[in-house]
Design a protein around this ligand. Structure first.
Ligand code: ZN
Length: 541
């Protein structure tokens, strides 16, 4: 630009240029893109909590909040979250699955991932009998119980997702995943049943992700909240086995995976002992206490400062894995540099306005380790639940270009949808349910912890019914992302990103937040939502 100016002879041109340059320093949206690129750069090393890359990320966000003059709860934007990091010592630990006394050849990572969530240096058990428990579901409201026998001390083997995924009917909520389909539920329930070990059989379609995602997520250091009781209420061992290993086990029982699954698709299913099969395991852990932080700032409301609107995104991702070949940095560009940058960007917008209600901007930690930052925040909230008007969770924006829709994960849940719809439709867009409710994304991001406390939450992403190429192209790109980049080092910013859809939707999200912060309304969950009763109760107290 400087060079060009020198070449210009006519001062009038110069003046016009100066005016243009003066009016548009860096455009607002360019700043957003810069945030995404910075957070997803190799320098930030995949933003894992408790690492130098994680520290850089927290400083980057909190410096931004400081430059905007946001207020903080306490004397820092960094709100501590106490975590325990557990690393299974692979060389000292054993996983011996025996068939008729003979130990099978099973390789850690490629065939099985396992560990313990008990926060102890050594956890072991011997000769626990294997029992196949179908989906491992105990759901009274669906009249479904896969635990018809006592499994105390046993190792339960089960399918991923819930029966509705395979049943071609509306039974068990159809294909849309219920919480019973999530692995978190399966481990919780098995512990309640007293099982010593829990093994989930991985299958790509019902899990909605390939084995590689399980392998990456479950090997190496595992973070959890620090539990006073060392989490001893949980089963000793929790893990996953590949479909291939399951087939081998079932073959020894003269049956097959398909046959066992079809048996599991009935309310009358009876748990099937896997006779002659036992599991013994000795797990040696390195335990490390670590602090991470949620990064939180807010703009104080001018009329109702005690009332809050929340906008959140998780800043963490999966860090670096030095055990893999080639690119070792999990940049997490889509997941979730895009959402974190959006929180920072929208914070900047509101730092220049004076909303009636307070708006909190929340960068959450340890989402990838099991929604831990949000779990901690709802345990130790800096505001009263009943005063939180509602919130928006931003996690993983696709950069596929302008879309005709906005994706609502868990569509049909609350009146927040009607408010967002006002601003979406003003731009000719419609709200659409996410295209794979069977994947249970509603249970896979931070808003769920706030929802469980009754706070109306909406989880929105730029849509995939693309202006250029429609739903067909959008779905194709989304599937390609899940297969090639999701939770892999290749989740990086690339030149073929088309940012226009994100730009448009940031505007819509901003209008939505503005409405919540200024309207004086109290949106609630829809009457059929499982969170409505919790909200009504908290409002009445
Ligand atoms: Zn995410």
């Amino acid at each position: 630009m400087f060079y060009t100016l020198h070449m210009l002879k006519k001062t009038s041109y110069l003046l016009i240029l100066l005016i243009i340059v003066g009016c548009s320093p860096q455009s607002d949206f360019e700043k957003y893109k810069d945030h995404v690129k910075t957070l997803a750069s190799d320098e930030f090393e995949g933003r894992a909590p408790g690492t130098p890359g994680g520290e850089k990320t927290k400083s980057y966000i909190s410096n931004h909040f400081e430059s905007l003059g946001l207020k903080s709860f306490g004397d820092s934007y960094l709100m501590p979250v106490t975590l325990t990091a557990t690393t299974l010592d692979e060389s000292k630990s054993s996983f011996n699955l025996a068939v008729d006394g003979e130990v099978m050849n099973i390789a850690y990572r490629s065939d099985v991932v396992y560990g313990t969530t008990r926060q102890l240096e050594n956890v072991s058990f011997e000769n626990s009998d294997l029992v196949f428990v179908g989906y491992g579901v105990n759901a009274p409201e669906y009249g479904w119980n896969d635990y018809k026998v006592d499994v105390r001390g046993k190792t339960v083997v089960m399918l991923i997702n819930d029966p509705g995924f395979e049943l071609q009917s509306t039974e068990f909520n159809g294909r849309a995943m219920t919480y019973y389909g999530r692995w978190t539920y399966k481990f919780e329930e098995a512990a309640r049943q007293g099982a010593a070990g829990v093994l989930i059989i991985h299958e790509t379609a019902p899990a909605s992700y390939p084995w590689g995602v399980v392998e990456n997520g479950w090997s190496g250091e595992q973070l959890n909240l620090t539990f006073k009781d060392k989490n001893i209420g949980r089963s000793a061992l929790e893990g996953w086995i590949t479909l291939d290993i399951a087939e081998k086990l079932f073959a020894k029982m003269n049956t097959s995976y398909d046959e066992m699954k079809s048996k599991a698709l009935s309310k009358d299913f009876q748990p099937i002992p896997m006779s002659g099969m036992t599991l013994s395991s000795n797990m040696v852990n390195d335990l490390r206490e670590t602090d991470s932080h949620n990064v939180v700032g807010y703009v104080e409301g001018s009329e109702a400062p005690e009332e809050f609107v929340l906008i959140m995104g998780h800043w963490d991702h999966m860090g670096v894995d030095t055990s893999i070949e080639g690119d070792q940095i999990y940049n997490g560009a889509v997941d979730n540099a895009t959402g974190t940058a959006a929180v920072m960007h929208i914070a900047e917008t509101f730092s220049k306005r004076s909303p009636k209600r307070s708006i909190a901007f929340i960068g959450l930690t340890a989402e990838e380790s099991g929604l831990l930052g949000s779990a901690y925040m709802v345990e130790y909230p800096p505001f009263e639940y009943k005063n939180v008007i509602g919130g928006l969770n931003l996690d993983a924006f696709p950069a596929f270009g302008k879309a005709k829709d906005i994706t609502i994960v868990g569509y049909g849940a609350s009146e927040l949808e009607a408010i967002l719809n006002k601003y979406a439709s003003a731009q000719g867009k419609y709200l659409a349910p996410d295209k794979s409710p069977e994947a249970g994304f509603f249970y896979r991001s931070d808003h769920i912890n706030f929802a469980k406390k009754g706070i109306p939450m909406i989880y929105a992403d730029p849509g995939i019914d693309l202006v250029n190429g429609g739903l067909e192209r959008g779905l194709e790109l989304a599937q390609k992302y899940t297969a090639d980049a999701y939770h892999k080092p290749s989740d990086e910013v690339s030149d073929d990103w088309d940012w226009e859809g994100i730009e448009q939707d940031l505007g819509i999200f901003t209008n939505f937040i503005d409405d919540l912060a200024n309207s004086g309304e109290y949106p609630n969950w829809y009457i059929n939502s499982e969170f409505r009763a919790i909200r009504d109760e908290s409002q009445n107290n």
